[in-house]
Write a protein that binds this ligand. Sequence first.
Ligand code: SAJ
Length: 416
Amino acid sequence: MSRILVVGLGYIGLPTAAMFAASGHTVYGFDVSQRVIETLKRREIHIEEPGLLGLVREGLDAGRFIPTDKAVEADVIIICVPSPHDEKTKRADLEYVEKATRSVVPILRRGNLVVLESTVPAGTTDKVMLPILEESGLKAGTDFLTAHCPETVLPGHMIHEMAHNHRIIGGSTPEATEAARKLYGSFVNATMITTDATTAEFVKLIENAYRDVNIAFANEVALLSHELGIDSREAIRIANHHPRVKIHQPGPGVGGHCIPVDPWFLVQDTKAGKLVRTARAVNDGMPEHVATLAKSLINGVTKPKFALLGLAYKGNVDDIRESPTFHLIDALKRQVPGCEIVVHDPHVAKAPIPLASADDALTGADCVILVTDHRAFADLESKHAATLVRSKFLVDTRGILNAGKWRDAGFRVAMV
Ligand code: SAJ
């Protein structure tokens, strides 16, 4: 069993730390946020993820998970900090990765394995992390080992997926690959695929770019269907009967911390990448399309109120990072000056914008826009909603509402 230091206790770091603790290692969870450390010490967690709280509490109670506000010596160091993109240049912002790496330089010692889990442009482990670690005076490959082991878990299913998804293990040297493979073998109950660090980084990016391109195709189908007066979801459902066709679902745009960001990392320094860039543009254009759709529905209503259902970037999670709802709000404000916008999300407790209850959002609304595919929204009572709204217009961007019922309740329904 090893002593493991996990740097960064966010959406990936905390479940990773909890999984290693559950498999018998002693895990120090280091975060620069005092709030995060205090919350954990109170036996609470700062993110919503099914099964995570129980796992964290087990680790705390067994003394195998120890939250700390400073880096401590360990056998293994795992860096799980955010790697956002610069809004303007779309390039990876490696500030947190560099800072986290610097924070472990003083405690780095001979025999350490340092794993970078953050999603980064191909080459970052070897060309950015490794040279910073060598500022310790220790030599990579001989004194310490480095690897990139990206995660592929879906928020909402993390605990299961961490154990059951295949895992890519990319060492900077074959020895590092082997050390990392052994380490992750303590909880990964699936195939571990070994490669070098740079290929591992590239693979993570092409996986998410693949999904972005596929979603962009679904969104393009929706845009074409709209022009041609066809129901895109019915068309996709029929097309998907073909054994080699599996079209994704159109929606209000693509959110989350990965899919709208990672494709940019892939093409940030390349000449090739036209399809990847175009897919980004198609998906980024969806909030504008939804706003146009809503505007055309409410045509003529003065000072309209929009009730937006959903701030989370996808269904049944509390994660609002890069949520299309934020872009939709901007698009509505631009296209319908003077409108009122009220947002309701039963999963989100903390947000940079005010949130309302379902009834408050619906009361006096002129257009309801379903943005997030939360299960709770599928059960919304159309008849009750009809008693609250002022004008009965509805845009379902996810195709999860029973359009027939809403039409029966008097709503004019548009779908993406
Ligand atoms: N979406 C659609 N239509 C679809 C599927 C998704 O509009 O048919 C939207 C979602 O609503 C959401 C966005 O796309 O706004 C992204 O959601 P997602 O479920 O595709 O992905 P994430 O960001 O939650 O997780 C992805 C996953 N990657 C892939 O599926 C290739 C996950 O496995 C990765 O671990 C994660 O990115 C990550 O951390 O990189």
